[in-house]
Ligand binder design. Sequence first.
Ligand code: NAP
Length: 251
Amino acid sequence: MRGQVLLLGGTAEARALADLLVGDGLPVVSSLAGRVSRPRLPRGEVRVGGFGGVEGLRAYLRDHGVAAVVDATHPYARRMSAHAAAACTGVPLLRLARPGWTGPATACWHRVPDHDAAARVAADLGRRPVLTVGRQPLPHYAPVLGGHPALVRVVEPPDDVPRAWTIVRDRGPYALGSEERLLRGHGADVLVTKDSGGAYTWPKLEAAAGLGVPVVVVDRPEPPVGVACVDGVPAARAWVHHVLTPAGSAR
Ligand code: NAP
């Protein structure tokens, strides 16, 4: 019996990879943080909830005979990626992170290193921001943009937000037409986003470009040093097969 493949998930790529590996007959366990109330689930076994830091993850790897880990968490899930890098001593680890966005719609982008800078730049650029950075970073925006009539789009409701803000709960994939209506309907004069990559949330950037709305883009955190990285599901699938194939055996 081959050891378990632990797939740190919470992304479309993680689901796609789990589906393929389960189809390949491999013992895959997908791990979700448990932040979203009705998550889209991959095929195969799923566990939910944090491991309890680096030590907890290390214990999980040992107790479950994990033979390989694929960190397919979101490009901005910095802590989970760092924990995986620290815990996977002696267990092969691969980072799967979809590429960041490029293209003509990126012409009106203002790249910033973090959420605090994004809040400041957004305040300089407009009065009616649309924030699409997720729920957790919102405390970085409230001190600067709390008095602005911001439209804030989130999957799960935030705990406590300024009264001037309007919360819209929604989850991608989004379409160009509805993104244009959202920006136009709010009278948006600046859009704030992470460089999430992928197709699910790309239409807002095309909509912003078409409407002449400037975009503030929070750069990705640096990936953990020394961890092998691929940017696509087929390469991650090939890596898993490679590390699970005993040396010297023909496939
Ligand atoms: P994070 O800040 O990097 O991680 C915080 C803690 O959450 C981790 O230390 C870990 O707890 C737990 N955790 C995170 N991902 C986990 C997973 N896949 N399985 C088990 N525990 C996990 O993570 P985050 O940015 O809050 O993201 C949480 C989840 O949402 C991730 O699965 C990510 O892929 C997904 N997601 C994130 C974003 C984003 O923009 N950050 C966007 C879309 C989806 P312990 O220390 O207790 O192990």
